[in-house]
Design a binder for this molecule. Structure first.
Ligand SMILES: C[S@@+](CC[C@H](N)C(=O)[O-])C[C@H]1O[C@@H](n2cnc3c(N)ncnc32)[C@H](O)[C@@H]1O
Length: 307
């Protein structure tokens, strides 16, 4: 795999250390199929200085404008956010960011609710157990591979009991639509993907977006890539990836994880694994060890063309 440190269309992965605006300005118009990111939430985490909300939104607007410019006409942008909290008062960031995307002509396809089981225990409000992914497209003609992300139906053998289809299976044999509420464990201390980063998103959250919103060898961009969860989800499914991260420590961790994945040594939580239920521990399946060697071989062939 060729990994570049600056934008380089001949590589399979670009890992840029620095401000994402500097990387974004070097990417040609309409170059990527999917932008997927979890931006800083302005909560005063170790990697961010807490800004006035207006200033934060202005910074986000500059990044979003560039992301729209580099996204192809059939492409998508997925912005994963939670709440900004000020003196116990919550401000859902998606409500504040939506007008920026709307003003740039993007169309909202889903506001996906990502539900998870662990987090802070609140005493003066109900404990927060979800965040959202705003999925926008640039146009009304967009890539959406639903069959690639169908999930097992609850009652796989259910049949029509009357009418012309009586006796035939009533569900799609390829599985059902995963809906806009996704229950995926967040990356806390005992999660197999946990690194030193305080708020990684799980690889399986991004895998569902990569598989449904891109095709093989498409480019996937994460302007705030942290420890490379988007890059891993893209590479293990034969896509190419570009990411920026301001902390060189996190870039080093991302590079290490990508190298481990390339050699089949990275442990990630399997897609569609049931959430752990102490009453039914047998449903648990071991983590996946992922490798993307074969997909990259195919990618190189695609780049070279037939013969
Ligand atoms: C919420 S975290 C993203 C974590 C990532 N989704 C993952 O799974 O590892 C946001 C990241 O953006 C980085 N960051 C903040 N400002 C940045 C900037 N201007 N350019 C690039 N990265 C930035 C932070 O260091 C942090 O790692």
């Amino acid at each position: 795999m060729k990994v570049a440190e600056q934008f380089d269309p001949a590589s399979s992965a670009v890992m840029f250390t620095g401000d994402c605006l500097d990387l974004l300005r070097s990417i040609p118009n309409e170059f990527v199929k999917l932008v997927v990111t979890s931006p800083p939430y302005n909560l005063g985490k170790p990697y961010e200085s807490r800004l006035d909300l207006g200033e934060y939104l202005e910074q986000q607007r500059q990044v979003i404008e560039q992301c729209v410019r580099v996204t192809s006409k059939r492409g998508s942008i997925c912005w994963q956010v939670g709440n900004f909290v000020d003196n116990g008062e919550i401000v859902p960031l998606d409500l504040k960011l939506y007008p920026i995307f709307e003003g740039l002509g993007l169309r909202l396809r889903n506001r996906i609710v990502w539900h998870f089981g662990h987090g802070l225990h609140a005493s003066k409000r109900f404990s927060g157990r979800y965040e959202v992914v705003l999925w926008f497209t640039r146009s009304s003609d967009y890539t959406f591979n639903l069959d690639a992300v169908r999930i097992p139906p609850k009652y796989p053998n259910k049949k029509h009991f009357k009418g012309p289809k009586a006796g035939q299976l009533s569900c799609n044999p390829l599985g059902k639509n995963p809906t806009d509420v996704w229950e995926i464990p967040n990356v806390k201390a005992n999660h197999v993907e946990k690194t030193a980063h305080p708020c990684q998103f799980p690889v399986e959250l991004v895998e569902r977006l990569v598989l449904s919103l891109t095709d093989a060898s498409d480019w996937v961009l994460d302007p705030f890539m942290g420890v490379g969860s988007t890059a891993i989800a893209a590479l293990i499914h034969g896509r190419r990836t570009i990411g920026a991260e301001i902390s060189s420590d996190y870039v080093r961790t991302a590079m290490r994880r990508i190298t481990q994945a390339e050699h089949g040594l990275l442990r990630i939580r399997p897609m569609e694994r049931a959430v752990y239920d102490p009453a039914e521990p047998s449903k648990s399946v071991p983590p996946r060890y992922v490798s993307f060697g074969n997909q990259l071989e195919q990618l190189k062939l695609l780049e070279r063309g037939p013969g």
